[in-house]
Write a protein that binds this ligand. Structure first.
Ligand SMILES: *[C@@H]1O[C@H](CO)[C@@H](O)[C@H](O)[C@H]1NC(C)=O
Ligand SMILES: *[C@@H]1O[C@H](CO)[C@@H](O)[C@H](O)[C@H]1NC(C)=O
Ligand SMILES: *[C@@H]1O[C@H](CO)[C@@H](O)[C@H](O)[C@H]1NC(C)=O
Length: 249
C-alpha cells in the first residue's frame, strides 16, 4: 500500500520524467559541486566517520528480490539479487526525492505481479526491470550493475557498467531496522534493514569502491513463520545503495 503522500508525489514525479537516453539537466551547476547527503539512522556509522576518509561515488537504486529458505520454522536469508540503476543525478538535482524513490519504484516496477515473482527458479534478469519509470528511470541507459551473493555468501556489487567498472565484495558492518513507517512490499512485507557494508578484505574488490550503504528500503522481509522445510520465498524489494570509495583529498 502506497501512502497518500506518495500518490501525490507520483503525480508530481511525472513532470521530471526524462525520455529514455536523456539525462536530467535541471541544475548542472550544482550537480558538479554539491554531493547529496546520505540518510543515516542512529546505529549506523556515518560516512564522514569512516577512516581513512571516503567520498561518495554513486547513488543507485537496487530493485529485485530477497531470497529466503524455510528451516522448518523460520525463513532464513539465503541472499538477494537486484539490478542497480544510477540515480546520482536524480538525487543530486532533487534531494527531496531521496526518501521516496525505492518505495515508488517498487510499486511501479510491477514486481509484485509480474511472472518473475511467480517463477522461483528464474534469476533476476534485468530485462524484467526495463520498463520506464519516471522517478528513477529503470532503463538500460541508467543500469550500472547488479547485486548478488557469492558462493561463500558474501554480498557482491558488480558495477560492470560504471566507468571505470568496479566490484565490491563485501561484509556487513552495521545493521539497523528500517524506520517505523517504511514502505512495505507486496503482502505487507516489512522493509528490510538499513545496512553499512565494506570491502571484506578478500582482495576481490576493484575499481575504487570500498563501502556501500543500503538505505530507504521498501519491502523484502520474509513472513514471520513457515512450516515446509526447504521451501523458498522470494520477496520483492527496493533500496538505495550509496557507494563510497577512498577520498582523494
Ligand atoms: C549548464 O551547463 C551549460 C554548459 O556548461 C551552460 O551553458 C549552462 O549555462 C548551465 N546551466 C546552468 C543553469 O547553470
Ligand atoms: C530455524 O531458524 C531459527 C532462527 O535462526 C532458529 O531459532 C531455529 O532453531 C531454526 N530451526 C531449525 C529447525 O533449525
Ligand atoms: C534462492 O534460494 C534458492 C534455494 O536456496 C537457491 O536455489 C537460489 O539460487 C537462490 N537464488 C538467489 C537469487 O539467491
Amino acid at each position: 500500500m502506497i501512502p497518500q503522500a506518495l500518490i501525490l508525489l507520483m503525480g508530481a514525479a511525472v513532470s521530471i520524467a526524462a525520455p529514455a537516453g536523456s539525462k536530467l539537466s535541471l541544475q548542472n551547476a550544482t550537480a558538479q559541486t554539491a554531493s547529496p547527503n546520505l540518510p543515516v539512522l542512529p546505529g549506523l556509522q556515518s560516512p564522514s566517520a569512516v577512516t581513512p576518509a571516503i567520498a561518495l561515488r554513486y547513488v543507485t537504486l537496487g530493485i529485485g528480490h530477497q531470497n529466503y529458505t524455510c528451516n522448518g520454522t523460520s525463513l532464513i536469508s539465503t541472499g538477494a539479487t537486484a539490478a542497480l540503476f544510477d540515480i546520482t543525478d536524480v538525487v543530486t538535482a532533487q534531494p527531496e526525492l531521496i526518501q521516496f524513490i525505492p518505495a515508488v519504484d517498487l510499486a511501479w516496477s510491477g514486481l509484485a505481479t509480474d511472472n518473475m515473482a511467480n517463477n522461483k527458479d528464474k534469476t533476476c534478469d534485468t530485462q524484467d526491470f526495463s520498463r520506464s519509470v519516471p522517478l528513477a528511470r529503470l532503463t538500460d541507459d541508467n543500469r550500472i550493475g547488479f547485486h548478488f551473493f557469492a558462493a561463500d555468501k558474501s554480498p557482491v556489487f558488480n558495477l560492470n557498467l560504471a566507468s571505470p567498472p568496479a566490484v565490491l565484495t563485501s561484509a556487513k558492518l552495521g545493521d539497523v531496522p528500517a524506520p517505523l513507517g517504511a514502505t512495505a512490499g507486496p503482502g505487507g512485507a516489512k522493509a528490510v534493514d538499513w545496512l553499512q557494508l565494506g570491502d571484506n578484505g578478500q582482495g576481490r574488490s576493484s575499481g575504487g569502491v570500498t563501502y556501500v550503504y543500503r538505505v530507504e528500503t521498501a519491502g523484502g522481509s520474509p513472513p514471520a513463520t513457515c512450516s515446509q522445510q526447504g521451501s523458498v520465498v522470494r520477496q520483492p524489494y527496493a533500496a538505495e545503495y550509496w557507494f563510497y570509495g577512498p577520498s582523494s583529498a
